[in-house]
Design a protein. Structure first.
Length: 68
């Protein structure tokens, strides 16, 4: 199934790129990129959500790692 999907993607002018984010690279994002221009057409989750995750993780660390 994955091979068939990749063949279909190869026939159109886009590529799929996978990357990791998070403190330990535990999250995965997928980007659909125009092959000619390098423009990101869609990213899941969006960069804004990835940034929000990072800030929330930082805040949670500040709250729960505090010594009493």
């Amino acid at each position: 199934m994955v091979e068939e999907m990749q063949n279909n993607i190869n026939n159109i002018n886009v590529s799929i790129q996978y990357s990791q984010y998070g403190d330990h690279g535990e999250k995965i994002s997928v980007a659909v990129v125009n092959k000619d221009t390098g423009e990101v057409i869609r990213e899941i989750p969006s960069q804004e959500i990835q940034d929000l995750y990072a800030k929330m993780s930082e805040l949670a660390g500040m709250i729960f790692n505090r010594k009493i």
